[in-house]
Design a protein around this ligand. Sequence first.
Ligand code: G3P
Length: 218
Amino acid sequence: MKFFIDTADIAEIRDLAQSGMVDGVTTNPTLIAKSGRNIMEVIAEICDIVDGPVSAETPATDYETMLKEGLKLAAIAKNVAVKVPLTPDGLKTCVALRKEGIMVNVTLCFSAAQALLAAKAGASFISPFVGRLDDININGLDLIDDICTIYSQYDYIETEVLVASVRQPEHVTAAARMGADVATLPPKILRQLYNHPLTEKGLEMFLADWKSTGQSIL
Ligand code: G3P
């Protein structure tokens, strides 16, 4: 499973990129607003730090403007993936950008029917939002299972399932069991994946016992 980091915070991206765990970055208008940065500048900076796909979302909602914005965003760097919402104009923009060989991440997906449309539009990634479905008492992981099952019926579908709106480590491991290609993780969640109390306890015991040997390797 590939891990993308879901943030536009440069310091966080720099720190986590050194872990070797980061395969890409996703942003959206909310994360850009949170960063307080100019989108063109911060996306360029992120693309310098991370070689993998960096998602930058078009804020427009009409096809003509989304296409112009998407082309401008894609011109920032070769690893930009233009993010478009799952709307008729968004998917029309996806088709046009894919014809230019530009990566497209179709976002705000909440149903398998929508995911089918995104695959037909040739999306590079589909972003189903697990946490926001959980928020309204619908099991978001069921959608991931549905999409992975449907996509696996057709060899020609190359759209990668990019699990978004991840709120807890279980979202990651459950989606991995279902065969999702990517999970985009808030920095906090990626850090939580490392943690287990028995690892901590076991390491403490190893270090104490090693100390008692009085040995050193270096
Ligand atoms: O990439 C989509 C993600 O940022 C949305 O997460 O927690 O706002 O639903 P959330």
